[in-house]
Design a protein around this ligand. Structure first.
Ligand code: ATP
Length: 351
């Protein structure tokens, strides 16, 4: 089906995301919403870049579309893939896309579909109140996130818009509504999938075979190695960035030949969660400048207790020092070789 073929009364859902890659949780959300909400069409809109998530390495826009096509092929009678955000480039703001849809689709027929994790921070989205004027919201459950029990559990910025709260259905003063849909939850995220593929674990039941084959064929999460080249040198480079930003207790290990799922590891701490986050950011920035590469995953930056940057054969762990003691990762690496990294910054010379 094409967007342009829509009858003017059609009920249309918009499902956005980074889809890096598309997985069974996405497909479950799409098919369940279609089946239960009586939508005629669901438009899947991959973002060029999520403004609320750190940038990571991944597919090119063309590869992203190809993964979506393969992953959603069997649902083509009610799913379209819309590449407008990829074409627009830069950070993708949902409001820009929904405004375009709203030019032809009346608000009572337009639905934005999001997961509970996204709903929890919905009041941080750009122009979210306008969004809730031109489209309704369908929120699907996601493991480890709870449905709101009452108005008080709603994101703060949304509470003033609530006209009536009835667990599954919230009537808003804008005339629009929020509906909660309980899925048979599938506990998967794109971050998990990337991690599993990188460490050679299977992704059966998490990613369709057609998508998995394409990822492997196109080497989507494997291209980072050649860009980095010598990983020991790269590990020392990252260690130096950490030293320069006053990280504490920086240690690096060569884990080749051990049971570890990666070849090199680097660990350091900050004196506060903010310091830990700024250390990880400094590494991310320096690596981007020097090697022109983003991490495959960048996790934990919102809390700063344990921030993890995944560069394939090197994983960088930056802890808030207090939390580091709890995990004692170095004990896991004692069979590896300690690279004995030292701060290379020349000591200030006396006048
Ligand atoms: P990442 O791990 O890279 O942060 P993700 O798995 O959360 O990615 P996105 O592409 O950011 O995937 O998600 C797109 C939309 O799909 C979001 O609204 C998200 O809440 C929803 N979603 C993602 N995974 C699931 C899941 N397992 N069940 C239900 N909804 C999901």
């Amino acid at each position: 089906m094409m967007l342009t073929e829509l009858d003017p009364n059609a009920r249309v859902g918009i499902f956005g995301g980074t889809f890096n890659p598309i997985h069974a949780g996405h497909v479950n959300a799409i098919t369940s919403v279609h089946g239960r909400m009586n939508l005629d069409l669901i438009s899947v809109v991959p973002a060029a870049q999520n403004p609320r998530k750190p940038e990571t390495e991944g597919p090119t826009p063309e590869q992203k579309i190809e993964m979506l096509k393969r992953g959603l092929e069997e649902y083509s009678d009610f799913v379209v893939i819309d590449d407008r955000e990829l074409k627009r480039g830069g950070p993708s703001f949902t409001i820009d896309t929904v405004r375009e849809y709203a030019q032809t689709i009346p608000p009572e027929s337009l639905y934005l579909i999001i997961g509970l994790d996204q709903f929890e921070e919905f009041d941080k989205w750009r122009d979210y109140k306008e969004l809730l004027t031109i489209a309704n919201l369908i929120v699907v459950t996601r493991p480890n996130h709870n449905l709101p029990f009452s108005e008080e559990d709603m994101p703060e910025g949304l509470r003033s818009l609530v006209e009536a709260f009835d667990r599954q259905f919230v009537q808003l003063s804008t005339g629009r509504s929020i509906e909660f849909l309980r899925l048979q939850d599938i506990d998967v995220s794109s971050t998990d999938v990337r991690k599993r593929m990188r460490t050679g674990r299977n992704v059966d039941a998490l990613v369709s075979i057609a998508v998995e084959e394409y990822i492997r064929e196109a080497g989507i999460y494997a291209h980072i190695g050649p860009m980095i080249g010598d990983y020991e040198e790269f590990t020392r480079f990252c260690a130096q960035v950490l030293f320069e930003k006053k990280a504490i207790n920086v240690r690096a290990f060569d884990l080749q030949g051990t049971e570890a799922a990666t070849d090199f590891s680097l660990i350091a701490s900050g004196t506060s969660t903010r310091h830990a986050v700024s250390l990880a950011e400094a590494v991310q920035k320096a690596v981007k400048e020097e090697y022109n590469v983003f991490p495959l995953s960048y996790e934990g930056a919102s809390e700063g207790r344990w921030v993890l940057l995944d560069y394939g054969a090197l994983i960088v762990h930056v802890f808030y020092d207090f939390v580091r003691q709890e995990y004692r990762l170095e004990d896991l690496w004692k069979h590896g070789k300690d690279l004995q990294v030292k701060d290379q910054t020349p000591a200030p010379t006396k006048a």
